[in-house]
Every structure is written in structure tokens, then in C-alpha cells.
Design a protein around this ligand. Sequence first.
Ligand SMILES: [Fe+2]
Length: 197
Amino acid sequence: MVVSFLDLPNNFSIAIVDNFYSETELKEIKDELKLLSAVAELKVFVNKAAEDEENNSKQKSNSFFLDDFYNNKRELSKVLNANRKLFSEELRTKLVEKNLFYDHIFNVNRDTTLLNFYKPTDYYKPHKDNSCFTALTFFTLEEFYGGDLVFPEYNIKVNAVENRMVIFPGFVLHGSEDVTKGIRVSMAQFLNYRAGN
Ligand SMILES: [Fe+2]
């Protein structure tokens, strides 16, 4: 796991974690993603994405929440178990050393996992998430081109490299450029506080 930061002009940053998962974890995750890509094609579970002013979806992709698919039974999914690694002490130490605000990630009491399968001509126009933080991790099922992650307010572009996780506050405008070839998979973990029980 190699953590680096893109500094923003307001004393905050976007965190980039390369080689986040071990080879064994990555293989397990991708084996399940292959099966889930077929599920995505069936469109039984469909994510309602952010919309523009004319109520058109800003996202073109096959996307669904893994929590819905597994009926919130995390134990059934290798992916939903592997992605607990986001809350590891190793990562916490590195992020909090940079900025204490990252400690929100380790204090939230609700996280959900959205899978996005982007094929050629698919995209997600710039939008904001309803999250305190979002952690986006990229995987390659079929070698792809395009699909860079963009932060238009800051003129930042991050290549969607397999096993790279990008962490940013959900209120920062972000989007995915068009995929031109192959299949780009991203796993979005939305981190939030939930009031009450
Ligand atoms: Fe998003």
C-alpha cells in the first residue's frame, strides 16, 4: 500500500492509495467481480445516480449496490469483506498524519458499496456524492482506455489504475470520463454518519 496526496489549494487533499489490495485479495475480488459483471448486465439491481437540471441521469453505466444484492449479508461476499481494509489502522495512520479530517473515515457508522461497470461510451458526469467521504477503487476486467477520474473544480485528473483507491470528501465535484474501450470497474464506498440506531 503506497499512499500519496494531491494537495488542494485549501489545506485539504485527495488521497491516492496504490497497490491497496494484496495479490491474493485482488484475485478473490476480481473472481467475484467477473460473476457480478453478469449480474450488472441483467439490470435487476439498478443504481439511481445523480441527475442534471432536466432530471436526466448523469451516469451511464451498469451500477448497483452490493449491499442490496447480498441483502446486507456481508458474510456472503468476498468483496464486501475485503473492502473492510479501508478501515485498517495502517491506512488510518498514514491519512491522519496528513490531516486529522481524514479521521472521519474511521468514525463513521455507515458505509455502503456501489459497483460500477463502465463499457465504451459509458461515463459519469461531474456530480457530488451524499457522503462524508467516498473511497473509489478501480479494477480492470477487460483492459480499458479512458475513464479517468476528474475533479473539475481543481483541474485534477487521476488515471483509473487497477488496485488504486482514491479518497475524497463527497462534496468535492467529481466525475468519470468516457471509457473508449474495455471494461472499467469502480467500487465506490460511501462513508457516512447515521443518526439514531
Ligand atoms: Fe460519485
